[in-house]
Design a protein around this ligand. Structure first.
Ligand code: DOR
Ligand code: ZN
Length: 346
């Protein structure tokens, strides 16, 4: 048995409408808070849109579950510094997300060149709003497996140099190079790590045939990268913390000639991390990774309630309802070694 302070998810996609109602309970039963990504269609680019989205999340929440959505703004070429300052003083927006235009799901309104967001970044640096980065270049000549590494050299290194006081989360890091960059960067630079990047390498994309449910962005990398992520997440370095990037897509949009990027893991998020930490022989570090470091990084109080996991094998179903459609969860029809038992929210 493993009892932990209730964790938070520092990177999550909740979608909207009936899809939101289908996936939100999975997160709310495990996590006290989650940083909700703004890549809706249209994207959440203003404080008012974020407020309305937050209200829709709260009204979709089952009444027995307490849960606090921490909202984010979607940065565009035109985000004015005044919107950043309004976000910071809103009390419910914790960051702004940088999607390089074209990098991933619903990123076409993203940033086309970094200079365009320098005024917004300056306002973020001044006000303390966190920059959350999807760290991949989109240049078509760059190999898809190199996009994160090249982003560090071409973009991120310069941003952290220009804005030394800016708080930056390098989201869903996938490479050894990203781990090394975050370790060596100035204070205030952190990273989230997903369960799939801790548990799988890129062979999982082609195991016996093409596996669309293992496809996400940034794409899975080599075993040497996975090992570096495990080492970082299970180390005592406070810069690495939990962010699932759970990203549901309807089954037919993934099992498709041009399948969407995203892995749904919210049904078993903490259990999957527990497996990865157990395999590394470092279950003792799960509490810090899942329940302490993210809150400390964002300057928010740690949670006080507890949750309990038992070492008991279970099998997620082949699919869960997703509005009128269905989603295939991570490990569908296979086993997971841990199970969440306690749901008290005191
Ligand atoms: O795999 C991904 N899915 N990566 C992202 O960056 C976006 C996400 C989504 O929204 O589906
Ligand atoms: Zn994401």
């Amino acid at each position: 048995m493993l009892t932990l302070t209730r964790p938070d998810d520092w990177h999550l996609h909740l979608r909207d409408g009936a899809h939101l109602a289908s996936v939100l309970p999975f997160t709310a039963r495990q996590f006290a808070r989650a940083v909700v990504m703004p890549n809706l269609k249209p994207p959440v680019t203003t404080v008012e849109l974020a407020r309305a989205y937050r209200d829709r999340i709260l009204s979709s929440l089952p009444s027995n579950l307490g849960f606090e959505p921490l909202m984010t703004l979607y940065l565009t070429d035109k985000t004015p510094p005044s919107e950043i300052r309004a976000a910071r003083s809103s009390g419910f927006i914790v960051g702004a997300k940088l999607y390089p235009a074209g990098a991933t799901t619903h990123s076409d309104a993203g940033v086309t060149s970094m200079e365009k967001v320098f005024p917004a970044l300056e306002a973020m640096e001044e006000s303390g709003l966190v920059l959350q980065v999807h760290g991949e270049v989109t240049a078509p000549e760059v190999d898809v497996f190199d996009r994160e590494r090249v982003f560090i050299d071409r973009v991120l290194a310069d941003v952290v140099r220009r804005f030394p006081e800016l708080k930056v989360v390098f989201e869903h890091v996938t490479t050894r190079e990203a781990v090394e960059f975050v370790r060596a960067a100035h204070e205030g630079v952190g990273a989230t790590v997903t369960p799939q990047h801790l548990l799988l390498n890129r062979n999982a994309l082609f195991q016996g045939g093409i596996r669309p449910h293992h496809y996400c962005l940034p794409v899975l990398k080599r075993e040497r990268d996975r090992e570096a992520l495990i080492e970082a997440a299970t180390s005592d370095n406070p810069r690495f913390f939990l962010g699932t990037d759970s990203a549901p897509h309807a089954r037919h949009t993934k099992e498709n000639a041009c399948g969407c990027a995203g892995i749904f893991s919210a049904h078993a998020a903490l259990e999957l991390y527990a497996e990865a930490f157990e395999q590394a022989g470092r279950l003792d570090r799960l509490q810090a990774f899942a329940s302490e470091r993210g809150a400390d990084f964002y300057g928010l109080p740690r949670n006080t309630s507890k949750i309990t996991l038992v070492r008991e094998t279970w099998t997620p179903p082949a699919a869960y309802p997703f509005g009128e459609e269905e989603i295939v969860p991570f490990r569908a029809g296979e086993t997971i070694a841990w199970r969440l038992i306690e749901e008290s929210q005191t």
